[in-house]
Design a protein around this ligand. Structure first.
Ligand code: ADA
Length: 571
């Protein structure tokens, strides 16, 4: 897949396509696997999830994937993985180089040089749950934990000092003033010859002296065109040093909050949209670009301007498309309902920090991303969990101060960490899950929705957080596709339609609610254990479209509400 940043001078070998594939079994001792002993009888494509469908669908075990590549003999090189799950050991020419256990995160592997041209890349991938090896992905998460190299891979040839990234931050969108943080990798000389062109026009030529591999330049975009949902203008910045270059794409826009509102380029914006999993019954998270585009087409048709990338770092190609089409995104690192006790595990906490920093480093030039998130529905009302909320909000702000920071809470009345964030993001399901523990036999109805949401808002205001924009980042009801019931009972498309209409109408009419991400865009596969007793079909059925994107009854109701809503004032 063509993904930004790109390169004109640097030699990049895209490794997407057929790889040699071997299924090693369900009970493999990973330490005992020797690359030379593997016999490869099959071919499988990368990117793909081996357990999404077909012979290994829904199976847990270990696979090996192999690819041979011709590089320039003796060159320095690095491998770029955009995302795999759940655990991998990466070998080049038979040597183990890295063990990786951060699903959905893009990362680099430094490769030793070799005299010969032909190099062999072998990746062992394992999708078994293992709290020690893969603490970031737990079996209780309510979405299927897939295995495979499910995003693109590329092998880059680089000089001894290379361009890692250029982080572009907008200072003034209308005037086109930006700050460009040029990040160098490898052995950087004291002074480097650097050229920067924006949209083909030279804006900097000279020597820079990187301090700790970084040089910061204040630059002006020659013909600046601000980015907004209605005018998603993008600019290209090309940085060149001897033997290397990088082409970054960025948009000129600011995002901030004031008096409970979210402001884009200084103007109020109402965020209306969906939570979306990267999910499809045939492909798992390895969506082909055509599917990503269809999802965006449907979201546009529904009248959305906002996508919550639940619950992990997003495919970079998807974010590129959101940049091009003017969608706004909350991107979040992988986390789901972890308890305070789990955060006592230092390896989990280190993994959370690593993947959260990687999310920011991988996505910092996407204008579509306006909110960084982490720890969906963690135990945010436990004093013992505060350290991890502080750590993650803190590391995001170290990486990027130009966006909003927020986690989604399902403990809105007792949450202890609102002070750390720019937004109050609440997940709540009144009218679906029972909100009254004292009255377990009460049948939830849509009449429960607004009294409960308003009670939450009162509680947030009462604790002094009324000046932070309030977003409903999850709310919804399940509907089994095709299940109709004249009495609109649970699981019917009728109940879901009534439910989502009640939510959308209320949010659109209420200026005090800054945003809504309905749960969820499409049905998606979830755990297939005993937990699935609450998840008919072993799917989370709260999609407005089903897993093959066929609309349910609710589709037209949401479309009617969102399309008529005023979202952004261009003038
Ligand atoms: C939670 C969670 C979602 C999903 C949802 C549901 O709020 O964040 O991932 O599991 O509940 O459908 O119950």
């Amino acid at each position: 897949m063509e993904i930004y940043p790109k390169h004109e001078i640097r030699k990049v070998h895209c490794l997407d396509g057929d790889w040699d594939f071997a299924w090693l079994g369900e009970a493999v001792d990973l330490e005992a696997v020797r690359p030379s002993g593997i016999s490869f009888a099959e071919k499988r494509p990368v990117p793909s999830a081996f357990d999404a469908a077909g012979a290994y669908g829904c199976r847990r075990g270990t696979v090996a994937l192999r690819r041979r590549v011709k590089l320039t003999p003796g060159c320095r090189s690095r491998l770029h993985f955009q995302g795999l799950g759940m655990w991998a050991r990466i070998f080049v020419d038979g040597q183990p180089l890295l063990d990786w256990s951060a699903p959905y995160s893009g990362f680099w592997v430094e490769v030793p040089t070799a005299d010969g041209a032909e190099r062999e890349l072998l990746v062992l991938v394992d999708n078994r749950f293992d709290a020690r090896r893969v603490p970031l992905q737990m079996p209780f998460f309510d979405f299927y934990a897939y295995g495979g190299i499910y995003r693109s891979v590329a092998w880059h040839e680089v000089p001894d000092c290379w361009l890692e990234r250029v982080q572009v931050t907008t200072a003034d969108p209308a005037a086109g003033r930006i700050s460009a943080r040029v990040l160098f990798g490898g052995q950087c000389p004291a002074a480097v010859d650097l050229q920067i062109a924006i949209d083909g026009k030279a804006v900097f030529t000279g020597k820079v002296s990187p301090a700790a591999g970084t040089a910061v330049l204040d630059l002006c975009v020659p013909d600046p065109k601000p980015w907004s949902p209605a005018t998603p203008n993008l600019h290209l910045l090309q940085a060149t040093i001897p033997g290397d270059d990088i082409i970054e794409r960025f948009g000129l826009r600011t995002v901030e909050t004031r008096g409970g509102r979210v402001l884009l380029n200084g103007r109020e914006i109402k965020l209306l949209g969906y939570c979306r999993h990267e999910a499809h019954p045939d492909f798992g998270p390895a969506l082909p670009e055509a599917q990503m585009r269809q999802d965006l087409e449907l979201l546009r048709d529904l009248g959305c301007n906002f996508i919550r990338g639940s619950h992990y770092s997003q495919n970079q190609r998807f974010l590129d498309l959101c940049d091009e089409q003017g969608f706004l995104v909350k991107e979040e690192s992988l986390g789901w309902g972890q308890s305070a006790a789990l955060f006592e595990n230092p390896e989990l906490c280190a993994g959370l920090e690593l993947q959260t920093r990687l999310m920011v480093r991988n996505s910092f030039n996407h204008p579509c991303v306006i909110v960084w998130g982490f720890l969906n529905e963690g135990e945010s009302d436990a004093p013992a969990a505060r350290h991890i909320y502080q750590r993650l909000a803190g590391c995001i702000r170290e990486e990027d101060r130009s966006r909003l920071v927020a986690y989604a809470t399902c403990r809105p009345m007792t949450d202890l960490n609102y002070d750390l964030c720019d937004l109050v993001c609440v997940n709540t399901y009144p009218g679906w899950y029972n909100t009254d523990p004292k009255n377990p036999d009460k049948v939830p109805t849509v009449d429960d929705i607004w009294p409960w949401v308003n009670k939450i808002r009162e509680s947030v205001r009462g604790r002094g957080f009324g000046d932070k924009p309030f977003l409903l980042t999850e709310i919804g009801a399940g509907a089994i596709p095709g299940w109709h019931d004249p009495y609109a009972s649970f699981w019917s498309e009728e109940y879901q339609a009534k439910y989502l209409e009640t939510v959308c109408r209320g949010v659109v009419a209420d200026a005090g609610i800054a945003g809504l991400a309905l749960w969820q865009f499409c049905d998606c596969r979830t755990y297939n254990t005993h937990r699935a007793l609450g998840r008919p079909r072993a799917f989370n059925n709260k999609g407005t479209v089903d897993e093959r994107r066929r609309p349910k009854l609710a589709y037209a109701r949401v479309k009617e509400c969102f399309s008529k809503a005023k979202k952004y004032d261009q003038n």
